[in-house]
Design a protein around this ligand. Sequence first.
Ligand SMILES: [Zn+2]
Length: 282
Amino acid sequence: MTKCPICGFFKTKIYWKHKDMIIDKCDGCQTLFQDPKSPVLNDNELITQIYEQYKESFENHISINISRIEKIEKITGIKVKNLKILEIGCGNGALGSILIDKKNDYWAFEAYPVFQKELARNKKLSDKVFFSQFDPQKIKGGNFDLIIANDVIEHLLAPLTLLKQLRDFMKEKGLIWIEVPDESYIEIKGLIRIITKMYVKGYPTNPDHKILFDKKTFLNFLKISGYKIKNYEIDSVWGDKEKLSVVFNGKIPFYVKTISEILKITSLDKIIGASIIGVLEK
Ligand SMILES: [Zn+2]
């Protein structure tokens, strides 16, 4: 029995055990999470290997993030220009690089060495990024219009603590933009990932994901965050050409394009593969 990272409840049980990965489920809030004793969490070599794969697709990440900014503007109604922006977990810096071009005062944190090395060589970003986990001491007095956490919250052991800390760094009308992968239907997705040897050796989910949100448990997380929910949206992956392009290393096979079109027309794309977006305000 372990402590749920979302509600703090101690009644949890093992939900799925595969190789050296242990996924638990909370009896209280139903959230799935990797057991802190899941051995694969400490396999740094494997985790670095997984992220090394992303480095080859910087150009694709630029196109994904151009559409991401359009999405932020559409959903929140704010213009992403001349803003003071903080990104938690900026990865290879693709989003930051566009935000700087758009005349935003951009700052970021990145804790993973594999991305830090790449960022250190990027002249535009190297002095805008703190090479560590989020640390309130480093941005004293920062007063941000927009805080972005894309694919970050699911990597944290205590995501609510981070959200609590961020409150002091937001302007009165500031917003927090959060995106997490939607792990609904994990039973099916997990089997496919095992069979196709995803994440190098084949695991039900990314070995580095500590929390596996679905639509319901993510909404619950937003509700107990202490903020007001401004927006909650499901965003398609299968209906998104740029995102598919990353998955298939720039060359999307014809049959995948066809499947993607069908899924988009029938709206099934938002059920089987999606990210979930939450926008929070004070
Ligand atoms: Zn819970």
